[in-house]
Design a protein around this ligand. Structure first.
Ligand SMILES: C[S@@+](CC[C@H](N)C(=O)[O-])C[C@H]1O[C@@H](n2cnc3c(N)ncnc32)[C@H](O)[C@@H]1O
Length: 302
């Protein structure tokens, strides 16, 4: 069984620290982490977070971001996944947190390489604005000489059999047989009630989302860090990909679950939704679930 360390150890394969992320960051040497991937608390009133003003939220994030930049290796990547800050009350407006946080990363000289839009179908149904169905992942690098390998995360071509019809390449396949670059809009189901990866955590990462980042932005055996680890999806994905994973989590129940999931990942027993599984199509769900009530009933469509 994989040994999951409870404090940072550079020789370990996996670390799950129960406590504040600043304490874990203190244990890590400067410039030793290849990839930081995280989804910090968004300040939206989830069970594990206390609501605070946006200014205070940004003030609290600043020292953690500074520490993440310190531990990041030159050429390493930092991926910060957030949604909107939503003001409370009827007159509530939204603030996209990536926009609010951007200056904190830029102040350290990090370069933004992509602002990945993560689209999903499930979430709260809004009544006074359109329901939010995407969040973003800002991918920054420390320096311009960064590691990026798109091959392990290529997705199937739309028309794999398409050939050049004229010119010197006529008759040859026109697209890369390994698949295409996945682009910067990622359609990956979020982990809600029926998802195979669902644990007791209200907003865990889908494994596939982290795996894409790990495979493209790190090499085998390098360190991947998640300062706000939740139930350890980042560490589990890192271990599944032959990398090392470390993370901190304040809530004991989640930190314990992270250890179980990392071990399951190492032994090949973590239940996951495999990469590139097509998104569920309601038309395949059977007529009784997909039929509109107005076809046979008395409710008329507009
Ligand atoms: C959005 S969730 C991350 C979920 C994670 N991506 C996963 O897949 O499980 C944020 C997590 O950060 C934890 N957290 C909040 N403040 C923290 C801190 N200062 N140090 C460590 N963890 C913290 C919360 O308890 C919560 O589980």
């Amino acid at each position: 069984m994989l040994e999951v360390k409870t404090r940072f150890d550079p020789a370990a394969r996996a670390v799950a620290y129960h406590g504040d992320c600043r304490e874990l960051l203190d244990q890590i040497a400067s410039e030793s982490i290849q990839l930081v991937v995280t989804s910090p608390p968004y300040n939206v009133g989830k069970a594990y977070e206390a609501r605070m003003s946006l200014d205070r939220y940004l003030e609290e994030q600043a020292p953690v971001i500074a520490e993440c930049v310190r531990v990041l290796a030159p050429g390493g990547s930092l991926c910060w996944q957030v949604g909107n800050y939503v003001e409370k009350g009827k007159a509530s407006s939204i603030v996209p947190l990536d926009i609010a946080l951007y200056p904190l990363f830029a102040a350290h000289g990090l370069k933004l390489r992509n602002r990945i839009v993560w689209h999903f179908e499930h979430g709260l149904h809004c009544t006074r604005r359109l329901s939010g169905r995407y969040e973003t992942i800002c991918w920054f690098t420390k320096g311009d000489d960064y590691h990026f390998d798109v091959d392990p995360i290529r997705v199937p071509q739309k028309y794999p059999g398409k050939k050049h019809f004229k010119g010197p390449k006529a008759g040859q396949y026109s697209c890369n047989p390994l698949g295409k670059n996945p682009g910067d809009v990622w359609i990956i189901p979020n982990v809600k009630s029926n998802h195979v990866e669902k644990t007791g955590h209200p907003c865990q990462f889908p494994v596939e989302l982290v795996e894409r980042l790990v495979l493209a932005l790190t090499r085998p055996d390098e360190w991947v860090l998640d300062p706000y680890a939740g139930v350890g999806t980042t560490m589990a994905a890192a271990v599944r990909c032959g990398r090392r994973g470390a993370g901190a989590e304040l809530v004991k129940e989640y930190a314990d679950m992270a250890v179980d999931r990392i071990r399951a990942a190492a032994s090949g027993n973590l239940r996951i939704r495999p990469r590139n599984t097509p998104v569920f199509d309601p038309a395949d769900a059977g007529k009784s679930l997909t039929r509109s009530p107005w076809i046979e009933g008395d409710v008329k469509p507009i």
